[in-house]
Design a protein around this ligand. Structure first.
Ligand code: WTA
Length: 633
């Protein structure tokens, strides 16, 4: 591999990394006390961590002050945010001073609307600056933001509004995608009309001049309110353990889980990891391509880089629109130094050929990163060689909504990469592999990935369901935090993530629960039973195959009915690759669906199923194989 470029001067060496890891292990309280100093606290936390009180229990702070106010004296005129619209000449630059003012105005608007500490505010927006502004405004007044992914259906939105009890929602008239318009407001209107909800005000951002119907008494255009609001706003003093936000993610149960993150621990973690993993340095232009509707957007578009006084880039558009080199143009034009994206995006961009990136000047890039799903050796090598020209650090970062920030990852200069390996835990993190019975496995081995010990970024709980938090993460392997992932550890102690060991399907880096899809299918009375299975997919990492058993065997159009039910209940991003209409599902004698078998059949396997005599209905197997083969031929 070629030597690092002269402008790569990582802050940590391998020896530093070892020293920090040892220090964190030897005296965690002292280590995390030191790490917490990176934030501005109103009252310094004397308590660092204990099992009963959590992290930094007696500390107080405000997250928006940490991301904005504290930078004003030293970097008020530095660009905090570069927004690149779909059209090349549509650019907004906001300094820290500008962003601070805009956030204060938004915070005042929310206070005017009666939003108080602890209230929930739903944010459902396309890639415009108001999303970030609204998040930080909530943080300023102590309200919890609940960002809803743009791809959710109206029903999925209504479920989350109901669960969170949001009192105000923020949406846009439309989202822009080339000449296409995505009906954000209309989707929100449908969601709010589905059942009685606690949302009393809907604030609408005008992304374009397309007009949308406004409901008198409920809806208000946001911009005039922002203009009328005061440009400064006192920040609430929050306890470290006061929730900063709640964010929905999918698990093994059909019901989406509102993961709650606290203020002090989460922000410490987002800031610590962003600096360490991306070797954050003054002058960096940091581009994380994630939607703010996912945790990656929370921690690495907003909180991490802004807490560290960085410059972030937000791009409104898609990777290959209007042409396949669009993302590379953004990197060239804005001199991006740090580029964090998903394996799905890399696979798609790779298909366009090397000529496309080769025609651009990508020499400002210093650190590349991936997240959200396993990356293949091929995609890793292409990203490293063709985009990074072999002289950028490439960090394959493993973490989850629940962990708040990056947990296992290479560190530029300090942890040597291996293609497609998440490599080593960050200092302070203790991953452990366990066998099926929960016994830790040492050395080079494969097992279920758990985390031992505490770290500041761990979620506080599941919104209004702490019991579910305990049973999902803490009870499966007592004494360990259960991640839901499998992993392999090599002779050097490097971790290689192998994928989910539960019924979560990872489509293009989006977590979707099998049960979520099955619950959606159950809303159609023509469907007696169903099973959703994840199968390998060239572009998306995993695709979904659903098995559907119609109540009436002669029923027509079951495929389109299934797609319709999923689109309505979950969203288009969960639409399956194939719908297999079958007379029955393979079951054990106790009536449990045998998912392992369905997975193999959906993957096109026709033999090697092992002993089928334990099935209640072994005769169904050849029928399923035939139907699956017909569907792919
Ligand atoms: C998967 C995204 C392999 C994993 C930050 C995890 C990964 C789930 C990686 C969390 C990676 C995330 N390599 N798999 N580098 N990063 N995953 O909550 O299955 O949207 O449990 O958080 O994505 O997804 P989530």
């Amino acid at each position: 591999m070629s030597a690092p470029d002269p402008h790569v001067s990582p802050r940590l060496t391998p020896a530093d990394h070892r020293a920090l890891s040892d220090e964190a292990k030897r005296d965690p309280q002292a280590y995390w006390r030191k790490v917490a100093q990176r934030l501005d606290w109103i009252e310094w936390p004397n308590k660092i961590h204990d099992a009963t009180n959590g992290w930094f229990a007696d500390g107080t702070l405000n997250a928006s002050v940490n991301c904005l106010d504290r930078h004003l004296a030293t970097r008020g005129d530095q660009t905090a945010l570069i927004w690149q619209g779909e059209e090349a000449d549509n650019i907004i630059r906001m300094t820290y001073r500008d962003l601070h003012e805009r956030v204060c105005r938004m915070a005042n608007v929310l206070r005017e609307e009666g939003v108080k500490r602890g209230d929930r505010v739903a944010i459902h927006l396309p890639g415009v600056t108001e999303g970030i502004v609204a998040m930080l405004a909530c943080a300023r007044i102590g309200a919890m933001h609940v960002v809803l992914f743009g791809g959710f259906s109206a029903e999925a939105i209504a479920d989350r509004l109901a669960d969170s009890g949001a009192v105000v929602a923020i949406t846009a008239n439309v989202g822009r995608r080339g000449a296409k318009r995505i009906p954000f407001k209309a989707t929100m209107d449908t969601a709010l009309g589905l059942r009685p909800l606690s949302v009393r005000r809907l604030l609408v951002v005008s992304v374009t001049d397309d007009s949308v119907p406004m409901q008198t008494g409920r809806d208000a255009a946001l911009e005039p309110l922002l203009e009328a609001a005061m440009p400064s706003c006192d920040a609430e003093t929050m306890s470290a353990n006061d929730p900063l936000f709640l964010l929905y993610t999918s698990g093994s149960t059909g019901k989406p889980k509102g993961i709650v993150h606290g203020t002090g621990g989460y922000l410490t973690w987002a800031s610590y990891t962003q600096e360490m993993v991306f070797d954050h340095q003054p002058g960096d232009i940091f581009w994380c391509t994630a939607d703010i509707g996912w945790i990656t957007g929370h921690s690495y578009v907003v909180y991490g880089p802004l807490a560290n006084g960085g410059t972030i880039l937000l791009f409104e558009g898609m990777p290959s629109s209007p042409h396949p080199g669009r993302w590379w143009d953004v990197i060239e034009n804005h001199k991006v130094t740090t580029f964090y994206t998903s394996p799905t995006a890399i696979r798609a961009l790779m298909r366009e050929g090397d000529d496309v990136p080769d025609a651009r000047n990508l020499s400002t890039l210093r650190v590349l990163g991936t997240v959200g799903e396993p990356i293949s050796h091929d995609a890793w090598t292409w990203f490293h060689d063709v985009i990074g020209k072999g002289r950028c650090a490439l960090v394959d970062t493993w973490w989850q909504t629940e962990t708040g920030g990056i947990m296992i990852s290479p560190i530029p200069g300090a942890v040597k990469e291996k293609p497609a390996a998440a490599t080593l835990p960050l200092p302070g993190i203790q991953p452990v592999l366990v066998d099926e019975k929960g016994a830790p496995i040492d050395g080079a081995a494969e097992g279920v990935l758990c985390i031992d010990g505490a770290w500041p970024g761990r979620a506080l709980t599941i919104w209004q369901d702490d019991g579910l938090f305990q049973t999902t993460y803490l009870k499966p392997y007592p004494g360990h935090y259960f991640t839901g992932d499998g992993a392999r550890r090599d002779e050097e102690g490097y971790f290689w993530i192998t994928g989910r060991v539960d019924d979560v399907i990872n489509v293009s880096g989006h977590r979707i629960g099998s049960a979520e899809i099955e619950d959606a299918l159950a809303t159609d009375h023509a469907i007696a039973e169903s099973a959703a299975i994840g199968v390998p997919h060239d572009l998306k990492g995993q695709g979904i195959v659903v098995y559907v058993v119609p109540r009436d065997p002669s029923a027509a159009e079951m495929e389109s009915r299934a797609v319709k039910a999923i689109t309505a209940k979950v969203g288009r991003y969960a639409v399956p690759e194939r719908v297999l209409v079958v007379p029955d599902l393979p079951k054990t004698r106790s009536g449990k669906n045998v998912r392992r078998l369905m997975r193999k059949i959906a993957c096109g396997e026709t033999e090697g199923f092992g002993d089928l005599s334990t099935l209640a209905n072994p005769d169904i197997v050849p029928t399923l194989i035939e139907i699956a083969q017909r569907a792919t031929s």
